[in-house]
Design a protein around this ligand. Sequence first.
Ligand SMILES: Cc1cc2nc3c(=O)[nH]c(=O)nc-3n(C[C@H](O)[C@H](O)[C@H](O)COP(=O)(O)OP(=O)(O)OC[C@H]3O[C@@H](n4cnc5c(N)ncnc54)[C@H](O)[C@@H]3O)c2cc1C
Length: 423
Amino acid sequence: MAQQVTEELRQKDAVAADLATGPESAPRRTADRAPPDAGLHRIVIVGGGAAGLELATKLGDTLGRRGEASVTLVERARSHLWKPLLHEVAAGSMDVDEHDLDYLAQAHWHHFRYRLGEMVGLDRGRKEVILAPTFDEEGREITPRRSFGYDTLVVAIGSVVNDFGTPGVQEHAIALDQTQQAARFNRRLVNACIRAHAQEGPVRPGQLDVAIIGAGATGTELAAELHRTTRAVVAYGLDRVDPEKDIHITLIEAADRILPGLPPRISGAAHGLLTNLGVQVRTGARVSAVQADGVRLADGGFIPSELVVWAAGVKGPDVLRDLDLELSRSNQLVVLPTLQTTRDPDVFAIGDCAWCPREGHPAPVPPRAQAAHQQASHMIRQIRRKLRGRPLEPFVYKDFGSLVSFGEYSAVGNLMASWRGRA
Ligand SMILES: Cc1cc2nc3c(=O)[nH]c(=O)nc-3n(C[C@H](O)[C@H](O)[C@H](O)COP(=O)(O)OP(=O)(O)OC[C@H]3O[C@@H](n4cnc5c(N)ncnc54)[C@H](O)[C@@H]3O)c2cc1C
């Protein structure tokens, strides 16, 4: 027992000491002492989202805790909020501070290292991940440009929205890729309501209207959530704004139905629910440009709207282009069924940034939280096999269905439909 406690203390000391220094490698930055786990297999995970955080935590709890490997998570943010909750942040129904998870604390309790920084490149010859320097609000450097050596690298940096080059999206629309963007949208929405309440004249057409472009799960859930929260904001004394008359929410989808990735009966149920709430649903509507005052459609139509959310499709982050690894058309890392990238067996990719083939299906594994979770679980077993010199196994994605939440209103979904043999 005493030996176990001593070992746990030694491990915690090692983790704490390493939070301050770390196994950075030459020449960009050299640690001034050998890391406590020198000689161990170095597993570096880049990106601590749905896939990477679960992987780092479970590897830390097993290999890290037992001193069988060193586990490092490189992440550009300081805390994690599960991405499927971002529409609630945007709508104002969730307080980020109450639900986010601090990486430093998580690393400490789960026996892995957390290193703050954004991956900007990869030196595959030297097996090093290169990180950009980080700065505080005053512009003072916190960490320099540095690199981390790895024996096994897992890239899990998620995705960014794909605007397909549509003019005006960057300038006038907000995407929900990161917590800051979701919070920024919410501030804009609340400020717009306060401004409308305080102004002399009546509310202009489109002034408080919200257009959501893309009716996948994100856009559809956001439409319902916004319907509720805008009414709540106004109810707190902004009595010169009449939500029924002044606030219109339009959900715009290029496909012929909303939730095009789900079975038609789910789309139909969700469409009916939104329409009953008063959300305007425009299907078969292709957006040609986003302007400061609204959304221009390819058929010449115009939807006045000063608040626009772009939620139509995702692609791999730009940095993936600089890694000299095979990319899909949507800029994701192409992986083998073993989740290894096609050009480098020591570099794996999981989650949204991976283009993973799916046997018997024309489309790859979808960019969804359940895929990220399943790939993280598979990766844990693969890393153990790799360390023991055993052959790797293929990843098989199981679709457990989807649940589209309409917050307090309702939910629709096909949970476990495939398991029951219904699609
Ligand atoms: C609003 C919204 C609602 C959603 N709802 C659902 C849903 O209901 N069901 C569902 O299945 N899926 C949903 N999704 C999709 C789901 O969130 C993603 O599929 C899932 O988060 C992917 O996990 P990931 O680990 O690949 O990426 P993420 O969870 O996005 O994590 C990526 C991490 O990498 C970090 N990172 C990025 N670039 C770098 C870099 N260069 N260096 C270091 N760190 C980096 C990021 O900060 C982030 O922490 C939703 C997505 C959104 C945006």
